[in-house]
Design a protein around this ligand. Sequence first.
Ligand code: PMP
Length: 379
Amino acid sequence: MPAYLDNAATTKPCEEAVSACAAAMTDCYGNPSSLHGMGVRAEAAVTEARKAVAAALVCPPECVTFTSGATEANNTLIFGAAKNYGRRKNKIVVSAVEHHSVDEPLKELAKNGFEIVRISPMRSGEIDCDEFLAAMDSNVFLASCMLVNNETGAVNPVKKIFSAIKQRYADCITHCDAVQGFLKLPIKTADLCADLITVSGHKVHAPKGVGAMYIRKGVRIAPLLLGGGQEKGMRSGTESVPLISAFGAAVRAQLPHIATAYSNAEELSGRLRSKLAALDYVIINSDAEDQSPYILNFSVKGIRSEIMLHFLESRGVYVSAGSACAKGAPSSVLTAMGIPRKQADEALRISLSKTSSAGEIDLLLSALREGYLSLAKTN
Ligand code: PMP
């Protein structure tokens, strides 16, 4: 049995998702906009899925819009907020460790005259609430901070940051990319004080190509895609009923088990962490005070990520290069944390899911030891 420890990259679709997807392609294949029974049934499937995602976010179903994934949701929310709220104000405050699907739209906005202030994380990987607030002023129309960092698993104090922002700057829009926290940590939309939230299907055992955005009632986001006016005009294009149904089914299957899955992840990451800490050739990079047990980033001294990654793969262990290198550049997340370049180039990311097992962790540990012994000699 291979050890699939790359669940932050993507997860295996669960049986419930696969069946729902197949049913939407075999029985329920109408267009949700069609007026006949086939259309009505397809529309009902989308409605059920919307209710499931809304239940997980603890928000009204009308606030959930389906998209093709978190990338589309982040792009829509950022450009859409800038269009409607960025006329009189032009400043955006954001964490410096956001996913590219947040950061790239912001770079586009910067080209059009918006001021983007990026808050660097502490050495532990978390964003400091006071530092974020110190960058705020009445010219800021959008504040964005991810819940769980996808490279390190650091959990940011989003609720603390956003509630303080709302107290002082009530009209500032708050956005949270909650992709790596969704169905892993309990998320209550109202508690988070977020006006906008992004989630993705394929990180939670649904297929790739579906995600959702929460838009608080009263917040006006200009849509990115114009056309037939589906999703109440927020996202034109015929709804992907198979993918949306699968997303809904995956959410329904997991929602009652968040706490059990969390304890399992805690136990496994605790075991992995203590074994890694005993190895003098390993440096653990994930050390936040508030740390998701689903993600653990560490460096193997003297061995570049890709080399170790492929060795592990040869032993049936699948992980990510922790530095998520883009075009040879080191990870902007690890660099922003102040981790030296060499250590960042040697980083690996382990990410767990609800189905991860102790056997997979043991396989990783033995392959890692074997890899170090054989690769350290040749490096
Ligand atoms: N945000 C975060 C934090 C992510 O980890 C990812 C996926 N790597 C995305 C956004 C993009 O998600 P999607 O693949 O659904 O576009």
